[in-house]
Design a binder for this molecule. Structure first.
Ligand code: B12
Length: 593
């Protein structure tokens, strides 16, 4: 390990229960909680979605996935039925629905009441899960905020009883943190017990892992992301006895990259895939422009599946994704678009030169296997029992993507590189981030840049949730402007952020927020500063919206003006923060002159 390796004691607290014990407890629960039947299983005449996927793949069908979830159960149930029926009338088959649960579902049930809520749906009782799985004869996929969080066991029970046979999202275990919840031992124990319950079921349940929700959105080398597939399969399939089904896509833009990663994935896993997620980070334009991004990634996915149908469904993301939560007709349009595009793509697939795809897939597989073997050997070296699912998972979560990649990455050590190592296949988000940060820094007029550099300013940056790219972009841009960056981290509670900022003597607080809590979070930071008798400038950017408390649509609204009224600076781009730094530098220069 390049940095001093963390010790076993630093990573594994004595009170963590052995994985075998947790799995046994999960297995015992299977006596009372077993897979129920629902509209999808009955209409398709299958025991589980995996069997349906194998059958459809065998018939060469390009399956379709729709992500859906509004605040209320009622609205979500009618929306699922409406999307499925309207599409069916158009000859478009929606095979499965991904249910975007609210992040408060990550808490144990007893903690959800009165807890803060985001933009998603809350399912209180197992019956609620069954209402979803019977809304249409399509598979319900419970991914977000199920496994990997403290509410994992309760959620798994509800989904299993409702006949859901694809349950996720293992990726979130490694990166997601619930506000005001720091007990990752309890989170680990709940998740491993739930995985034991899943593995003991009489029918095959796909344990879904969205790599982009996990470390893949944070690894600089795509070979590390593929290596994580191998590590997660070791945990879920070898140590626990369930089936691991991997999804990727948010961060994969270039058609060659999507096709190569899919090819590489099928060479290290034969479990039917859940879905290839839409390339949502490329949605940076208007709906009309986003249709081009939709076509670009969907066409590549259809070409990949036409070559080897791994059971993954394609996921046409509505073109309003970068604005807010899409509405029903936008979901229907995206599904209709995908079905028609699949026909065109199947007709043009023979024009595609697969050599560059296979060349890249080969590098990813070789690099991924190297990363996985180095990682497991390296953890054994520091005394981690890599045959114990709980211990291995907690060690990975606590070490984190940056240290794992710096220590075990397939590339050669390189201190100038994002992860401290050169990459076998550099992740597109890193290239884009470096380019964007340089562009925003170079856009600052020389005089302002000089003043900022001379005034030795310090900015405390943080993100209020799992979204890191905005925060990383700001940190990188500031370092180009010779501003000292104090990193307060990701998914930080407002009071912890203010504490870090004051302790470090920061001059400004810069927040990146995306989960529809912008006004509430900005307010909490201001109140905490006021309680400490401090008046630091606070800047906030990202998605400045929030779901109004008194709403039934559940869709977030823009809160920029309300944030301004708090005396917090809303920032549409990094330029707004640079303006704050310029005026601060000018005031400091005046004072010292
Ligand atoms: C990438 C992404 C993810 C990744 C994040 C990976 C990572 N490690 O960062 C993953 C897959 C993990 C993810 C998860 C979720 N996501 Co998300 N995600 C996105 C996505 C596609 C891109 C956002 C992004 O990072 N862009 C890159 C940044 C650099 O670009 P930008 O936002 O345009 O930033 C510019 C400005 O805003 C500004 N800026 C940004 N921050 C700051 C800060 C300061 C101080 C300043 C000055 C400027 C500034 O600078 C940039 C250049 O101008 C957006 C959709 C979209 N296309 O925008 C959805 C989105 C943000 N996600 C969304 C949601 C709901 C979620 C989930 C809750 C979904 C779920 N149910 O699980 C979870 C979050 C769970 C959690 N625990 O927090 C919603 C938010 C809804 C809303 N508020 O209206 C969006 C809009 C998608 C949607 N339409 O539903 N997500």
């Amino acid at each position: 390990m390049t940095a001093p390796p963390p010790s076993r004691d630093e990573l594994i607290p004595p009170d963590l229960r052995p994985g075998r014990e947790l799995l046994e407890e999960g297995r015992r629960l299977a006596r009372d909680w077993s897979v129920g039947r629902n509209a999808f299983l009955d209409e398709k005449g299958v025991a589980c979605e995996a069997d349906y996927k194998r059958r459809m793949a065998g018939e060469g069908r390009i399956m379709q996935h729709a992500h859906i979830g509004f605040r209320s159960v009622e609205r979500t149930v009618t929306a699922i039925a409406e999307v499925h029926e309207t599409c069916a009338k158009r000859g478009v088959g929606v095979d499965r629905f991904g249910i975007t649960l609210d992040w408060s579902m990550g808490y144990p049930p007893e903690m959800r009441k009165g807890s803060r809520r985001g933009t998603g749906i809350v399912l209180d009782a197992p019956e609620d899960f069954a209402r979803i799985t019977n809304a249409a004869p399509a598979a319900a996929h419970f991914g977000d905020f199920m496994l990997g969080l403290p509410g994992a066991l309760a959620n798994a029970k509800g989904a299993i009883a409702a006949g859901a046979t694809a349950i996720g999202n293992l990726g979130q275990y490694f990166t997601f943190r619930m506000p005001d919840w720091d007990d990752d031992v309890a989170t680990t124990e709940a998740t491993v017990t739930a995985l034991g319950l899943i593995a003991a079921q009489p029918v095959e349940i796909l344990v879904h892992s969205n790599l982009d929700d996990g470390f893949a959105g944070l690894f600089a080398d795509m070979a590390s992301a593929l290596g994580m597939v191998i590590v997660e399969k070791h945990i879920v399939e070898t140590l626990i006895g369930a089936r691991a089904s991997h999804c990727f896509g948010h961060h994969y833009t270039a058609p060659r990259v999507r096709m190569a990663f899919h090819r590489a994935l099928t060479q290290v896993s034969d479990t039917p895939g859940t879905m290839m997620f839409g390339n949502t980070v490329s949605y940076k334009s208007t709906p009309a422009g986003n249709y081009a991004s939709l076509a670009s990634y969907l066409q590549a996915d259809v070409w990949a599946l036409a070559r080897l149908n791994s059971g993954h469904a394609v996921n046409p993301v509505p073109v309003t994704e970068n604005e807010r939560i899409p509405d029903i007709d936008e979901i229907i349009d995206a599904q209709t678009f995908a079905a028609r595009l699949a026909e065109h793509a199947l007709a043009s697939r023979d024009l595609v030169d697969l050599a560059p795809v296979d060349e890249m897939a080969g590098r990813l597989v070789e690099g991924g296997r190297l990363f996985a073997s180095r990682l497991l050997a390296g953890l054994q070296e520091i005394g981690i029992d890599t045959s114990d699912a709980a211990e291995l998972m907690l060690a990975l979560r606590r070490i984190g993507p940056k240290r794992l990649e710096a220590a075990f990455g397939a590339g050669a050590p390189d201190p100038a590189a994002w992860s401290g190592r050169s990459s076998v296949a550099l992740a597109e988000w890193v290239e884009e981030l470096e380019h964007e940060a340089r562009r925003w820094a170079d856009a600052v007029p020389d005089l302002a840049r000089l003043a900022i550099s001379r005034s030795r300013l310090k900015v405390c940056v943080a993100s209020s949730d799992v979204h890191e790219h905005g925060r990383n972009l700001i940190a990188r841009t500031l370092s180009h402007l010779d501003v000292e960056v104090v990193d307060a981290g990701t998914s930080v509670d407002a009071d912890d952020l203010v504490a870090v900022a004051l302790d470090s003597g920061a001059d400004v607080i810069a927040i990146s927020t995306y989960n529809g809590i912008a006004l509430r979070y900005a307010g909490e930071v201001k109140q905490t500063l006021a309680r400490a008798g401090q008046r630091l400038p606070v800047c906030i950017g990202g998605r400045l919206n929030q779901v109004p408390d008194d709403t039934n649509s559940g869709l977030p609204v823009d809160v920029t003006a309300d944030i301004e009224k708090l005396g917090v600076v809303p920032c549409a781009t990094p330029a707004a923060l640079v303006d704050v730094l310029s005026s601060l530098a000018a005031r400091l220069a005046e004072r010292s002159s």
